[in-house]
Design a protein around this ligand. Structure first.
Ligand SMILES: Cc1ncc(COP(=O)(O)O)c(C=O)c1O
Length: 173
């Protein structure tokens, strides 16, 4: 067994299939067996594998600037361009875009934005969120507490504030 802790996996049944490469809508394991990747890599590879336009675009951007953040007034043009493009695609007037890392993070962000909004309009008591039985909303502490599946429930639900707050350390921003 390797050192990897696998998410949402029975720890006694790991490493049954090692995927080595992808092409179009197919992936291939390390024995050369072909599979139709119908889950799109859990929704992360919807544009397929070996997509030349995507490879060229990513390579070009990696050469120029591989990463920079958007905190505290810093930004970058590709992020601005993507937000404008997405905003123009959705049926919402003057739409704004908030980037996240995943579906779980998106749901955490929804919860934060709702709390921010109701605090801002003077209704901080508005805290209730309705979620359905057997719903899946992600795996972070907040989104995971909305998920109501037995496999995730014991780790995160119900979501309470488990933290104490020691004094802050000096972190200049
Ligand atoms: C409805 C729904 N919400 C949230 C998530 C969590 O997304 P992620 O796996 O990107 O954190 C998923 C992923 O399957 C989902 O289907």
């Amino acid at each position: 067994m390797s050192a990897v802790i696998y998410p949402t996996t029975n720890l006694k049944a790991t490493e049954q299939m090692v995927i080595e490469r992808g092409e179009g809508v197919y992936v291939y394991d390390n024995q050369g067996k072909q599979y139709l990747e119908a889950l799109s890599g859990l929704w992360c590879t919807g544009l397929g594998y070996g997509n030349r336009e995507l490879i060229d675009c990513i390579s070009e951007q990696l050469e120029k600037l591989s990463f920079t953040h958007m905190f505290g007034g810093k930004t970058h043009q590709p992020g601005i361009d993507l937000a404008d493009k997405l905003a123009a695609m959705v049926p919402v007037k003057d739409a704004k875009v908030f980037f996240g890392n995943s579906g779980s993070d998106a749901n955490d962000s929804h919860m934060k934005l709702l709390r921010y909004y109701f605090n801002a309009i003077g209704r901080p008591e508005k805290r209730k969120i309705i979620t359905r039985e057997r719903a899946y909303h992600g795996v972070t502490v907040a989104a995971g507490s909305l998920t109501s599946l037995p496999a995730t429930a014991s780790a995160v639900s119900p979501c309470r504030r488990p933290l104490t707050r020691p004094p802050e350390t000096d972190l200049p921003l």
